[in-house]
Structure formats: structure tokens, C-alpha cells
Design a protein around this ligand. Structure first.
Ligand code: NAD
Ligand code: AKB
Length: 319
């Protein structure tokens, strides 16, 4: 452990985002510099490729001990209860999402951490938000406990930046799509499950209606955006709540049609459930011009290039 360089703690590292972000940060900064943590180590590669610590973010004493032991300078706080799971257990979602963030922000203030990363979500928007090309600054009336916690979290991040000078940075991710780690209970999870079912030769039963457009992003773009934001010069950042970041927008019928170009026998049927109402309250597409202007954000993947990449990689993994 080198105390002169960045020592990074990732909280919630075993999740869909954390698994890939941890490995990318270990590549960049060295494995010993990047401490992965989660409730349990569900992803063996994270303990095999570098330090891993069991941590509940609600345990502020243990969090403080880890920061001291590893001389942590940067925290990536990813632990959260996502939208669909949150609606089943609103109290748990509020406690984990809110108290967890406040523990991290307080610790950053006490221990004078150099930087904190905390992700927000398109879930901060609601039914009265303009749904097409949703601007950076728009009406926010989230109606899920997850969205309410993310909106409040954004306000806390900006508060800690303005009051205490904590260098907190944040992105409002759209639905993240990956093939390496399963998603954790969100409304956009269908766009991950669909690829697995297609390769298993099964009909995919989609929990959203065929024309439900949502903003989405392939995981390599999400990892790139996160690292780019964290590396950006502080003086260039004009948003200290959370940046809109966009990439792709599509509906279930469009992703199914794209998969059919590769697997002609694939078929989908629709059985919308409680997640339809959540999806209907979220934007269809995102205006991320502020992120593009401030730190040169530019996504790489489209629906066709993402689909080709996921299917070829999943085929190799399933062989
Ligand atoms: P995930 O559900 O896959 O992973 C979250 C991780 O947090 C899990 O490994 C879980 O074990 C851990 N965790 C839960 N409670 C904890 C606690 N009390 N202490 C420590 N760890 C705990 O979520 P994800 O998709 O990787 O999302 C990561 C972050 O990105 C979250 O803040 C989420 O809100 C945000 N985000 C994700 C998406 C997406 O589509 N995946 C979109 C927008 C925002
Ligand atoms: C969810 O669906 O809850 C997440 C998100 C968009 O925040 N994928």
C-alpha cells in the first residue's frame, strides 16, 4: 500500500457496476491500491485480484477503520437498493441509500478524503419531467423510494461540496447493460436478461410493454464515463449534484429486433408488471450536453454494436 498515491475504497463492489469498475480501477492504479468491499464476497475474482473487505456501509465505525487501515483517499460508494427491489421494501431502500451516503459524506469530511464518487440515476426524474431529451435541470418529481433517495442524495452531495469543500462527483446513469455480472433488481434489468434468454433458446417474457423507451448505456461506456469524470479537472465541473449522461435509447421491441438479426428464432412476449409504472415515470431519452461540454463526454456504443459485442462474448462464456 503506497500512501503517496490514490488509495481507493469501493463500497458495493460485487454489484453489476462495481465488479467491472473495480477491475478497471485495479488495471489503472494497481490492484493493491483498490480495496473492494461489499456485504459478502459474491464475486470471487474481486478477492482473487486484490484486497477485499466485508463491509456494511451502515456500519460507520468499520467504514472509518477501513479508511484508516488502508489510508484511503478516494471512495466510490456504489451500494444501493435499486428501483424494483426498493418498491418491495421502501424502508430498507431509504435506510441503505440515505444513511449509507451520509456515512460516506461525513467520513469524507472528518478524514479529509480527496474525492468521493456516488452514482445517481435517471430515477430522479418523474411523471412531470419532460421525457424526451430530458435536460440537466428539469422538474424532478420522482415517485419511487429509490428515485426519492437519489434526488435527496444529489442535494446532499452538492451541500457537502458547497459547505465543506468535499470533492464529490456524480453521474445520473441510465439503465446499465452488461453481460459479466447480473443486475441487482432494477426496472431496466430486462435489457440484460433478454440476451441470456435469447442465447438459451427461450422465449423472453418481458415485464415492460413493447414500446417503452428508456435511456440505456453499455457497461464499458459507464465505466469510461465514471473514470473520465473522476479524472476531470475540478475547475471544469459546473455540476455538483449529478451529471446527466446519455448513450442509447430503445424499447423492448427494438432490442428484440436487433437480437433477431443474430438469432433468427428468437421471440419475445409481453407481460407488463409493477415495473411498467416505474418505467412510465422515467425519461425516454437524456440531454447530456452539459457533460459533453464540461468534461468531453462521448459514448461509444450503439444498440447494434452493443448487441453484437454482448452476444459474441456471452457465446464464448457459455461454451
Ligand atoms: P447492484 O444492486 O448490482 O449492486 C449493489 C451492491 O451493493 C450489491 O453488491 C450489494 O450487495 C451491495 N450492498 C447493498 N447493501 C449494502 C450495504 N448495506 N452495505 C454494503 N454493500 C451493500 O447495483 P449496481 O447496478 O451495481 O449499481 C451501483 C450503483 O449505481 C447504485 O448506486 C445504483 O443506484 C447506481 N445505478 C445503477 C444503474 C444500473 O442500471 N445498474 C443505473 C443507475 C444508477
Ligand atoms: C433501476 O432500474 O433501478 C436502475 C436505474 C436506472 O437506476 N437500473
Amino acid at each position: 500500500m503506497n500512501s503517496e498515491t490514490e488509495n481507493i475504497l469501493i463500497i458495493g463492489a460485487c454489484g453489476q457496476l462495481g465488479t467491472e469498475l473495480t477491475l478497471a480501477l485495479r488495471e489503472m492504479y494497481g490492484a493493491a491500491q483498490v480495496i473492494a468491499s461489499d456485504l459478502q464476497c459474491r464475486v470471487p475474482v474481486l478477492a482473487e485480484s486484490g484486497p477485499f473487505e466485508q463491509l456494511d456501509v451502515l456500519d460507520s465505525r468499520k467504514l472509518g477503520q477501513l479508511v484508516d487501515t488502508y489510508k484511503i483517499s478516494h471512495i466510490y460508494h456504489l451500494a444501493a437498493i435499486l428501483s424494483a427491489t426498493g418498491e418491495k421494501n421502501p424502508k430498507l431502500a431509504w435506510d441503505v441509500n440515505m444513511a449509507g451516503l451520509l456515512n460516506v459524506l461525513e467520513l469524507a469530511r472528518e478524514k479529509k478524503l480527496k474525492k468521493v464518487y456516488w452514482p445517481s440515476s435517471i430515477a430522479v426524474f418523474g411523471p412531470h419531467t419532460p421525457s424526451q431529451q430530458t435536460p440537466q435541470y428539469a422538474v424532478m418529481d420522482p415517485n419511487t423510494v429509490y428515485g426519492i433517495s437519489k434526488q435527496a442524495g444529489e442535494r446532499w452531495c452538492e451541500y457537502y461540496f458547497q459547505k465543506y469543500g468535499i470533492d464529490v462527483r456524480s453521474l445520473r446513469y441510465p439503465g446499465l447493460i452488461s453481460y459479466k455480472t447480473p443486475p441487482g433488481g432494477g426496472t431496466t434489468d430486462y435489457a440484460v436478461e433478454i440476451y441470456h434468454k435469447a442465447l438459451e433458446g427461450e422465449v423472453y417474457e418481458c415485464f415492460l410493454k413493447e414500446k417503452t423507451y428508456l435511456p440505456m448505456m453499455y457497461m464499458p461506456d459507464a465505466v469510461k464515463a465514471t473514470i473520465q469524470l473522476m479524472e476531470a479537472e475540478a475547475a471544469k465541473l459546473t455540476v455538483r449534484s449529478s451529471y446527466n449522461v446519455g448513450a442509447i435509447s430503445f424499447s423492448p421491441e427494438e432490442i428484440a429486433a436487433e437480437i433477431k438479426k443474430h438469432i433468427s428464432t428468437f421471440s419475445i412476449r409481453y407481460k407488463p408488471d409493477y415495473r411498467q409504472q416505474i418505467a412510465d415515470s422515467w425519461p425516454s431519452s437524456i440531454d447530456d450536453s452539459v457533460a459533453r461540454a464540461d468534461w468531453a463526454w462521448q459514448p461509444e456504443y450503439s444498440l447494434p454494436t452493443m448487441t453484437k459485442d454482448i452476444l459474441s462474448n456471452l457465446r464464448k462464456l457459455k461454451m
